[in-house]
Design a protein around this ligand. Structure first.
Ligand code: GUN
Length: 287
């Protein structure tokens, strides 16, 4: 079984991106800018945001994190987003999810100008993605596509099963796989007989959020396994796919940690630099 080493690919891509920024910053007239809004004190979100902050700096992105109290009002959050929309030095605005209780996620995300929406969550961007004319795609699924591409995993004509239907992962993942000519099925918590769908799928993307829910023995021999799960258990961090026994059946798989997670961050930087290239009129964009 080939290990799809997201950690190593993410480092390679981040280093290439840093070079790309360095070579274009003079022409652009200013460095790329990314602002992250983190409301509340969810510990996992705080960890993710710190990683995003560090990675941005290393890529030559001028990053800012606004840490806001969980009591922030919708009005105040929207005012901050408006100010960032109007700030010519800001290319990307990311509102870390989940938002504290009582804040309307759709209302907040819709306030981000689509050209600064580096998450690709704005309905203009998700709509464009589904019409194959998107300029940005959500970081986790796009990062998975970069990983599959780097390992030359054939997608055309293959059966791909996406387990999970969130706006962040499952839905955009299905569309990106479809754009590469996979035959895509989306499964979810109401799906009847998930096991038999898994047994016939060449590619399985698990974004369920339940530790080792997918058993190795359910897989089709030779399957490619993409594990989006990050589950904290007493035994440490585990994915949504059982790791024990996977080696005997899968042809390739992403480890947890070190698979999809690092690719998500690398892709956020990629999306930010692409937004910067568009905003400053650079004629090309990073690979
Ligand atoms: N929370 C978990 N994943 C994500 C993501 O990709 N973007 C944002 N903004 N919040 C998240």
């Amino acid at each position: 079984m080939k290990i799809l080493d997201g950690k190593s690919l993410a480092l390679t891509r981040r280093s290439a991106l840093a070079d790309w920024v360095e070579h274009h910053v003079q022409q652009a007239g200013r460095p790329p800018g990314l602002t992250v809004l983190l409301a509340g004190d969810d510990p996992a979100s705080a960890t993710y945001v710190r990683s995003k902050e560090k990675a941005s700096a290393k890529a030559g992105i001028r990053g800012e994190v606004q840490r806001l109290p969980s009591t922030i009002t919708e009005h105040e959050l929207l005012a901050r987003i408006e100010a960032l929309n109007a700030d010519p030095d800001v290319d990307g605005i990311l509102v870390q999810l989940p938002l504290p209780e009582g804040l309307d996620e759709n209302l907040v995300l819709d306030a981000i100008h689509p050209s600064k929406d580096v998450d690709g969550f704005h309905p203009v961007n998700s709509g464009a993605l589904w019409q194959q004319r998107g300029e940005v795609a959500p970081c986790t699924p796009l990062g998975i596509m970069h990983l599959l591409d780097a390992y030359n995993i054939e997608l055309s004509g293959k059966s791909a099963l996406v387990v999970g239907r969130s706006n962040i992962v499952g839905r955009p993942m299905a569309e990106l796989l479809l754009q590469q000519h996979a035959t895509v099925t989306i499964a979810h918590s109401r799906t009847h007989d998930l096991k038999s769908l898994i047994a016939t799928s060449d590619i399985v993307v698990a974004a369920i959020g339940r530790p080792e829910f997918v058993k190795a023995e359910w897989l089709k021999p030779g399957a490619v396994c993409i594990d989006v799960g990050i589950n904290r258990t007493n035994e440490g961090l585990v994915g949504d796919i059982e790791w024990q026994g996977l080696d005997a059946v899968a042809s390739a798989a992403t480890p947890v940690p070190g698979g999809v997670g690092p690719m998500t961050i690398a892709t956020l930087l990629h999306n930010t630099v692409c937004a910067w290239a568009r905003h400053t009129g650079l004629s090309d964009a990073p690979a």
